[in-house]
Design a protein around this ligand. Structure first.
Ligand SMILES: Nc1ncnc2c1ncn2[C@@H]1O[C@H](COP(=O)(O)OP(=O)(O)OP(=O)(O)O)[C@@H](O)[C@H]1O
Ligand SMILES: [Mg+2]
Length: 291
């Protein structure tokens, strides 16, 4: 591991405490609210802090992390599942030293094979997961069972929301399901595309009040990302913002989010099992409840 090679005293302590990488999922109720942009930029910031980071594009059918990063991938998750291509041949080097596991784009043979996909990925990942300190899982939107499998299997969840009322209502639906299944799973809300930080903080505070009142729990605040044309331009240019405009206000917010995430402890019991095994376990959980 890159960080471990450089800090001689850290690896032993780290290996004892963390058997598997920390898994942070980035999710939302409504689509198109900035999940992939935040996943990639946050991953690069973590890598800059000498962590070894993999971005897993878990929007299995319509992923576009590779496009956002401007990398071309020969294979995708679909090839792991249908052709048994080893993961280390599928994972590509992304910008800023991160690794990317690309999703497929509308590959019809993967549809309705999600259990098989997760199982095959679990065995393909068995020897590889220790190569990473952190895996950022960029999920699809909403509360479909595959999305929930990834979210509920994480150590921490970043929940993106925009000021759009539909996005706020859908975000509450996501929190409700998470708190139903894993009340202790930390949910860090990040309002995006706000005019001011105060607007975003107000969205968070209202949501947290609802969560306290109706779900007897709470969510954390990860800071607010303002509407910034640098971000939309960086997506078009296929160059992540933290590399192209490192002084943009959005980058400052993401650095604070990263620090906030590092301060949230993870559930060590939960973290013991291998990470795709957790997703599969949660998939069974969802299926039983949601049918
Ligand atoms: N703070 C922002 N300021 C300006 N544009 C933004 C901001 N956040 C996101 N966008 C733009 O919104 C669009 C959608 O972003 P992104 O692809 O990251 O969302 P997503 O949640 O991953 O979408 P999907 O649900 O389709 O996967 C992109 O063009 C991105 O540039
Ligand atoms: Mg996306």
């Amino acid at each position: 591991m890159q960080g471990n090679q450089q800090l001689n005293t850290v690896p032993e302590i780290k290996q004892k405490q963390v058997a598997v990488p920390e898994i942070i999922s980035v999710t939302s109720g409504k689509g198109g609210v900035g999940k992939s942009s935040v996943s990639v930029n946050l991953a690069i910031l973590m890598q800059q802090l000498r962590k070894k980071v993999l971005v897993l594009d878990a929007d299995i059918h319509l992923g576009n992390v590779d496009l956002i990063c401007g990398v071309r991938s020969r294979y995708t998750i679909a090839d792991v599942v249908t052709k048994n291509i080893p993961l280390n041949e599928v994972i590509v080097k992304g910008p800023g030293g991160i690794d990317i596991l690309p999703a497929s784009s509308a590959v019809s043979e993967l549809i309705e094979m999600e259990d098989v996909i997760l199982r095959k990925l679990a065995s393909a990942f068995a020897g590889l997961q220790r190569a990473y300190d952190t895996i950022i899982v960029d999920t699809g939107a909403g509360i479909a069972s595959t999305v929930l499998s990834f979210v509920l299997g994480s150590d921490k969840v970043i929940l993106l929301v925009t000021p759009d009322p539909a996005s706020i209502a859908d975000a509450y639906a996501v929190i409700k399901v998470i708190k139903h299944w894993r009340v202790a799973l930390p949910v860090v809300m990040v309002p995006n595309r706000v005019k001011t930080e105060a607007e975003g903080e107000s969205i968070y505070k209202k949501m947290n009040l609802m969560v306290q009142k109706f779900l007897s729990s709470f969510i954390d605040y990860g800071g607010s990302i303002v509407e910034d044309e640098h971000l939309s331009r960086s997506v078009k240019l296929q160059q992540p913002l933290v590399l192209g405009a490192p002084n943009a206000p959005v980058v400052r917010t993401l650095k604070l989010l990263n620090r906030k995430l590092m301060g949230i402890p993870i559930n060590q019991e939960h973290a013991k099992s291998s990470f795709f095994d957790r997703f599969i376990a949660n998939r069974r959980l969802n299926a039983e409840e949601l049918v």
